[in-house]
Design a protein around this ligand. Structure first.
Ligand code: ZN
Length: 210
């Protein structure tokens, strides 16, 4: 049944390569093959697989989060696979015990139907054989980050929207989100983890930049 629905949807709403517009998938085989824009990270405590400034990456993340096209996430995983050794290295170097996805508020997760950070965390957890745990909850009522200026984001994050909900407290965690823009949200979440007793917080995002 799922296959039939996918078949009908594909026939009615054909996909085009976000890079070269060829009909078929969001990333065609040729563009997948020639992709060469893995971000070189410059911070020891944060690793990102891609530069958000790359239009293909930006469009894939948007197709996934806002058009709810799950094939976009599969393409991101395929393109990012070659960066997994660096993620494993960060986990090892940091003595990371638990991978923590950045939570959405309950309402936002209901609207979207999924939490992209959690899906990324589960992918990394599976590939790097590390436990994933929802140690944070996000309180309702703090507006859309995407619609805010950098200054507004920083101001809004002074009062952290996150609450610790874990039972135990690990020593070292990897906090995961889709995009690192100013880092204000990640740092607000890290503050709450540290207040709860976590000693070291490391960061992974699919992409970094704007
Ligand atoms: Zn293409």
């Amino acid at each position: 049944m799922g296959g039939l629905i996918t078949f009908i949807l594909d026939a009615c709403f054909p996909r085009f390569c976000l890079s070269c517009k060829e009909e078929g998938n969001l990333v065609c085989a040729r563009c997948q093959e020639s992709f060469d824009d893995i971000l070189k990270h410059e911070r020891g405590d944060h690793f990102a697989s891609f530069a958000y400034g790359n239009p293909l990456i930006r469009n894939l993340i948007k197709a996934w989060k806002y058009d709810f096209d799950p094939s976009a996430f599969q393409h991101l995983k395929d393109l990012g696979e070659s960066t997994l050794p660096e993620v494993r290295d960060l986990l090892k170097r940091g003595g990371v015990q638990v991978i923590v996805p950045l939570p959405l508020s309950e309402r936002r997760e209901r609207e979207r139907g999924f939490n992209q950070s959690k899906m990324i965390a589960e992918w990394i957890g599976r590939e790097c054989e590390t436990e994933v745990a929802d140690l944070l909850r996000r309180e309702e009522g703090r507006g859309h980050q995407a619609e805010r200026s950098d200054e507004e984001r920083k101001e809004a994050m002074k009062v952290s929207p996150f609450v610790y909900r874990g039972k135990g407290v690990p020593t070292s965690v990897l906090l995961v989100d889709d995009v690192w823009t100013t880092g204000a949200t990640m740092e607000a979440a890290a503050r709450i983890l540290k207040n709860a007793g976590v000693s070291d917080v490391f960061y992974y995002t699919l992409a970094k930049g704007r």
